[in-house]
Ligand binder design. Structure first.
Ligand SMILES: Cc1cc2nc3c(=O)[nH]c(=O)nc-3n(C[C@H](O)[C@H](O)[C@H](O)COP(=O)(O)OP(=O)(O)OC[C@H]3O[C@@H](n4cnc5c(N)ncnc54)[C@H](O)[C@@H]3O)c2cc1C
Length: 397
């Protein structure tokens, strides 16, 4: 059995995305990275192919596919343009899948068709200028008004798709985590809100420029200043955000690992081709032992991450939690390995590897973000160690 294409449907999905990437993603990747420009039209066009609502139910215009399908799409996009893939992830996983798993029927029937078609672009806002890993320390507040609506105040930082162009147009809809009080144990009570474009007090603070990588995705600071949100836009109950995060974070980490897989595959492809074409001292450079170490170790790491990622995907149901150990594990392993593999590719390709036209320098820059976004390496190390302390039997299962 092919773990990466376990059914005919998965194989067809991969072929469809691969064709789309070859025809539409690859030709624009270099220039959008160079110009730090997000290709909004290209993202919208994925709606027609059923990719924007990939894991949303068909009832609301989604494709109703599973975690393996989500890995396939992120792998294929990232083998060409990880920056664009990150914008896709923020929309389809962080917003659409979150709403699919956690929203109520009326929120889903109203918004999922709009985000699945690409008419609306979505984002997820958890991080703040002063808080990232320490989620419970966030300071954006939501206060209930007498009429049941909410007023949100605060700033969110590093939000992918937070703005959708260079004119400061905010995302059409944002999944926002805000503090609504303190629970009985004295811990912050965090609740989830859907903030929509046009709601008073919601705006873009700044588009964050000069990023090391992922330059084809827009990253923005969002401002909520006495932003009024209707009662219907509270997701679930007050204080439910931890449940929402648990239901979505595992898929987020798995798909970020899938991005690392795409980066690794392309890096390997590029270094392998170059090692045959390039000669030095009258030999192909692939005949030198030191080059063989770069290529051989990259292949083994690539194959190991591929197996671990698809194995984790095949066990991960959407909207479930309970796979934290492996969602942390795949992201920890794949992202560090992807950075090393892109680095190996650059080393094998010498000076050519160091310039944009030969692709791997972009992959090398993009790979670094995967060690930070969606949880830092240190948070994965911490979670894994904590979980293994609680359930040591999983090691010998
Ligand atoms: C390009 C980009 C896109 C992003 N997109 C989004 C998005 O769409 N939505 C969103 O909400 N966020 C987004 N983020 C934010 C991202 O998730 C955070 O940057 C990340 O969670 C880390 O938070 P921080 O930057 O505040 O670092 P901090 O949490 O301040 O961490 C700084 C360092 O301290 C370490 N550290 C912190 N706590 C501990 C601990 N307990 N033990 C050991 N070490 C610790 C960290 O591992 C890290 O090395 C994005 C970031 C970038 C750069």
């Amino acid at each position: 059995m092919d773990i990466a294409n376990p059914s005919e449907e998965h194989t067809m999905l991969r072929e469809m995305v691969r064709d789309f990437v070859k025809e539409h993603v690859e030709p624009q990747a270099l220039i959008h990275d160079r110009d730090e420009r997000f290709n909004l039209d290209l993202l919208r066009s994925m709606g027609e192919m059923g990719l924007l609502g990939l894991t949303a139910s068909e009832e609301f215009g989604g494709a109703g596919l599973d975690s393996i399908a989500a890995v396939i799409v992120h792998e294929e996009l990232s083998a060409s343009d990880p920056g664009f893939a990150l914008a896709y992830l923020a929309h389809s996983m962080l917003f659409v899948n979150n709403l699919e798993q956690n929203g109520n029927a009326s929120q889903k029937s109203r918004i999922i068709p709009l985000v699945s078609s690409g008419e609306w672009i979505g984002a997820m806002a958890m991080s703040e200028p002063d808080v990232g890993t320490d989620v419970l320390g966030l300071s954006t507040t939501a206060t209930k008004r007498d009429d049941g609506s909410w007023v949100i105040n605060g700033r969110k930082m590093w939000i992918t798709n937070g703005c959708i162009d260079d004119e400061g147009t905010p995302a059409d809809v944002v999944w926002v985590y805000a503090k609504t009080g303190t629970n009985g144990k004295g811990r912050a009570e965090i609740s989830t809100f859907l903030v929509e474009k046009g709601m008073a007090g919601y705006s873009v603070g700044q588009k964050i420029m000069d990023k090391t990588g992922m330059r084809a995705s827009n990253t923005a600071e969002l401002v909520f200043e006495d932003c009024i949100v209707p009662a219907d836009n509270l997701v679930g109950n007050i204080g439910d955000s931890m449940i929402h995060m648990m239901r979505n974070l595992e898929l987020e980490r798995l798909t970020l690992a899938a991005m690392a897989l795409g980066i690794s595959r392309r890096s390997l492809e590029e270094m392998n081709r170059y090692a045959t074409d390039r000669e030095a001292f009258g030999k192909r450079i692939r005949d030198f032992g030191q080059m063989q170490r770069h290529i051989g170790e990259s292949w083994a790491k690539y194959r190991a991450m591929r197996a671990y990622i698809y194995d984790t995907a095949s066990n991960m149901g959407l909207g479930e939690s309970g796979h934290r150990l492996d969602s942390d594990g795949v992201k920890l392993f794949a992202t560090t390995a992807a950075k090393e593999i892109a680095d190996n590719a650059m080393q094998v390709m010498g000076g050519y590897g160091y310039v944009a036209e030969y692709v791997v320098e972009r992959l090398w820059r993009d790979a670094k973000l995967l060690e930070i976004g969606g949880g830092t390496l240190e948070s994965h190390q911490k979670n894994i160690t904590r979980d293994l302390g609680k359930t040591p039997e999983v090691i010998t299962e």
